[in-house]
Design a protein. Structure first.
Length: 107
C-alpha cells in the first residue's frame, strides 16, 4: 500500500513496474479511483528515480499534486506508454495495481 501525506513537501512512491514493463524507455500513468467519490484521477509520473531498477521503481511527486485530493483510500493502476501517456485512453493491461491512501490536511 502506498501512503501519501499531504503535509510532506514531497511523496516518494515505491512500486515494481519495471518487471512487467514490455517497452523501452517507458512513460507511466498513475490512475487513481475513489470508490467513495466514484471518480478517477490521472497523474503522469515523473522520471524513475530508483538507483536499483532491477529491484524497485521510485517516483517522487510534490505534495501539491495531491493538494485537492480527499483523504481516504483509493485503488491505483499504473500503465506504461512509449510516449507521454494519453490522458484520453488507456491501452493494455496495467503494469501494477494496488491501494493508495491519502492522509493529512494541507492549508
Amino acid at each position: 500500500m502506498i501512503i501519501i501525506d499531504k503535509n510532506k513537501d514531497e511523496n516518494r512512491i515505491i512500486v515494481t513496474v519495471s518487471e512487467m514493463t514490455t517497452i523501452d524507455n517507458p512513460y507511466y500513468l498513475l490512475v487513481l479511483y475513489s470508490p467513495y467519490l466514484d471518480k478517477s484521477f490521472r497523474i503522469q509520473l515523473p522520471a524513475n528515480s530508483s538507483s536499483h531498477k532491477e529491484r524497485y521503481d521510485a517516483f517522487i511527486l510534490p505534495s501539491t499534486v495531491f493538494k485537492n485530493y480527499t483523504e481516504g483510500r483509493y485503488t491505483y493502476s499504473i500503465y506504461q506508454s512509449s510516449t507521454v501517456a494519453d490522458n484520453e485512453s488507456l491501452l493494455g493491461m496495467p503494469v501494477e495495481t494496488g491501494f493508495l491512501t491519502v492522509v493529512g490536511t494541507q492549508a
